[in-house]
Design a protein around this ligand. Structure first.
Ligand code: PEP
Ligand code: MN
Length: 675
């Protein structure tokens, strides 16, 4: 090549390369500028709640311009499209966190209430939230209490503030029902001084009023005043502020009971003040949340409890005595009927103190022993006492809940505090030795009926049978499922035996609970905490089997999952653990029986069948378990063990059962217990 040409080409190439570098830098600057603008757009969207993150029409317009320009300049369309896609994706990634942070922060402080702006609930919510944080809160009204709770459950609001009782009208049952039916937590309270006024359109006179509209609760609270207005009719309205807002130009003969704030906001004039039946008219609201909160432990606290006592004489007295003896002050006790079990009652109990304080913890441990169900609805600042005085000094360590050690733990040797409850019509834990027996699995209607007859005749009090079997091999018989549950229930009814069966999954709980008197959690599921939590919400006894490799402490903490959810009817079952010994299916940990009985107030039973794995070993292990203090046994028995579809080697025959019972009775009697 001509050296001159060569120099020229090199110069052109260098120039071109420089131009490319410059263009690239320009591209980077342009991209940075584009993304900066995108960030600004996100800020605008954040300020304007109603603007969506993705505006599809706008994105289409951007694409069209991009593609037209690319085509006009001769760029390949697929390439141009790919680049734009990357840019748009990145833009969205920039906007998302900005908007999400905003979403989360508004949700964090959004409070749902029943009614519209100006309602007493809204005023109380604004006051409480201002006390809780300087930032205050965004309030969101809903037509009903239920709607506010649904909004809370959907994550639309972070809290719901609902009225639970009024000093004149008493308790607000709709709200109490919601609080006990749902898994909500009480995280704060507000005691709101309610000031109703009678308000009407400008120009209206008290003498010409014929109708008074307001929330039913307000009408009750001003009953005496209203009765004094001759010929006036009371019309319940969904909300006090809603009643104020409802007045139209022609409603000159209608007045409303509402807050003065609502009257002013709706342009009404006040016809009368101080109209409530009593000088002090206070409503107590609770702030509900989906998760519990730990209040500032410098503040005096209250704890709300929901309990269902077991059906024994003196249960309520014992529960109240437990509070009194631990010097726990009750601030409220109220009963609520349970529609599903007529004439049994749930009690709402509020006490002073935080659930983590030692004296309240001790009282709760004792109260649990008298309850079938006990749920701590929450510990929260006691707003009926002055709080400010307690806030001097540094914030101490938070009291953590759930509590340590396990709530089921009781001081040793308090036999009078042992839990006892019903398995159908059989009581466990009150000194009776309860034999639960039946086949490993329900195999057919005939089989379970025959087995039920056999175990009943031998002296069993409860019938067992698996419908959903947790088999080690997926190819082994998995149980008859729902069909099995139906046969089990039929056999139980026919022979007047309560029935127990295993539940494997959360989805099966309701169907199993509908058929069985007692639900069993098998060894393989002891660590299934999600299942245990759900069983904590149930009002049925649960037999919890010890996991094959679980220590006693892990076993107790698993039980704690059920207790902490509210369900106090837990039976602990020792069924053998895995050791280096291969002579038995598992090693029965007999020492666990007295250890568990010392550590908890719960009934303890033993399953010698799965520990032994061999029918010849079952009877001696059963006798040893009774001697060690078990409250009962769960033993596999089959009318024809040789044909059993499951665990045939360990199934007792009729004769084995009889021999076992003959050996057990003197042991039980020698301990002063009943069969
Ligand atoms: C059972 O009782 O049928 C059973 C499967 O027991 P475990 O969970 O103790 O193995
Ligand atoms: Mn079995």
């Amino acid at each position: 090549m001509d050296p001159n040409t060569e120099t020229l080409t090199h110069a052109t190439l260098d120039k071109a390369r420089e131009a490319i570098l410059a263009t690239d830098r320009e591209l980077v600057h342009l991209l940075a500028r584009r993304f900066e603008t995108v960030r600004q757009v996100a800020e605008v969207k954040r300020a304007e709640d109603s603007l969506p993150l993705l505006d599809e029409a706008r994105e289409r317009a951007v694409q069209e311009t991009w593609l037209q320009d690319s085509e006009a300049l001769g760029l390949s369309a697929p390439f141009a499209r790919r680049i734009l896609k990357e840019i748009l994706n990145h833009s969205r990634r920039i906007q998302e966190p900005i908007l999400e942070a905003h979403e989360a922060s508004t949700r964090r402080s959004r409070v749902g209430f029943q009614g519209i702006a100006g309602a007493h609930s809204a005023l109380a919510a604004a006051h409480l939230m201002a006390m809780r944080s300087n930032a205050g809160a965004e309030l969101q009204g809903y037509p009903t209490f239920q709607d506010a709770v649904v909004a809370l459950q959907n994550g639309e609001v972070r809290y719901a503030l609902l009225p639970v009782e009024n000093s004149i009208g008493g308790s607000i049952q709709d709200v109490n029902r919601l609080v006990c039916d749902q898994s909500l937590h009480i995280v704060d309270e507000e005691v709101w001084e309610v000031e109703h006024v009678l308000a009407a359109l400008p120009g209206a006179a008290l003498e010409s009023i014929q109708t008074v509209r307001s929330h039913a609760a307000a009408l009750i609270q001003c009953e005496t005043f209203l009765r004094g207005l001759v010929g006036v009719e009371a019309h319940p309205w969904f909300d006090t502020a809603g009643a104020a807002a409802s007045l139209g130009a022609s409603d000159m003969s209608v007045a409303v009971l509402c807050s003065e704030e609502a009257a002013v906001a709706c342009g009404l004039v006040v016809l009368a003040r101080h109209i409530a039946d009593h000088d002090r008219n206070e409503t107590r609201f609770v702030l509900l949340a989906m998760e519990p909160e730990t209040p500032d432990s410098r503040l005096p606290c209250k704890t709300s409890l929901l309990l269902r006592l077991n059906h024994h004489e003196g249960s309520l007295a014992r529960a109240l005595a437990a509070f009194a003896e631990s010097r726990v002050n009750l601030t409220r006790i109220e009963s609520r009927p349970q529609p599903e079990t007529p004439w049994e009652y749930l009690f709402f109990v509020d006490v002073e103190g935080h659930q983590g304080e030692p004296h309240l913890k001790a009282a709760l441990a004792r109260v649990r022993a008298c309850c079938n169900h006990l749920r701590v609805l929450g510990s929260f600042p006691n707003r009926s006492v002055r709080q400010e005085a307690h806030l001097d000094g540094p914030r101490p360590e938070a009291i953590l809940c759930p509590m340590q050690p396990p709530m089921a733990v009781l001081p040793p040797a308090q036999d009078h505090l042992r839990s006892s409850f019903h398995l159908g019509n059989v009581v466990i834990g009150d000194g009776r030795f309860v034999l639960i027996s039946g086949p490993c699995a329900i195999e057919s209607r005939e089989q379970i009926l025959e087995a039920a007859a056999m175990v009943k005749a031998a002296g069993a009090a409860v019938l067992r049978g698996g419908a959903f079997k947790p088999r080690t091999s997926p190819y082994a018989f998995q149980g008859l499922g729902l069909e099995g549950l139906r046969y089990l229930r039929e056999a139980g009814r026919h022979f007047d035996l309560p029935v127990v069966t295993e539940v494997l999954t959360i989805e099966d709980i309701s169907i199993v609970a509908a058929h069985a008197d007692v639900l069993q959690v098998g060894a393989r599921n002891m660590h299934n905490f999600a299942l245990l939590k759900e069983l904590g919400r149930l009002d049925k006894p649960v037999i919890l089997k010890r996991g094959m490799s679980a220590t006693v402490k892990e076993f107790l903490l698993a039980a704690e999952y059920i207790l902490a959810g509210g369900n106090q009817q837990v039976i602990l079952c020792e069924r053998g653990i895995r050791t280096f010994e291969t002579g038995t299916r598992a090693t029965l940990d007999l020492a666990a029986i007295p250890i568990l009985k010392r550590a908890t107030h719960l009934p303890v039973i033993v399953d010698p069948s799965h520990a032994a794995g061999d029918r010849l070993l079952v009877v001696p292990l059963a006798l040893a378990a009774a001697a060690a203090g078990a409250d009962g046994l769960i033993v596999e028995a089959h009318p024809h063990p040789e044909t059993a579809l499951c665990d045939k080697e360990q199934a007792l025959t009729r004769e084995d059962l009889e021999q076992m019972v003959a050996g057990l009775k003197p042991i039980v009697a020698s301990q002063g217990r009943r069969w």
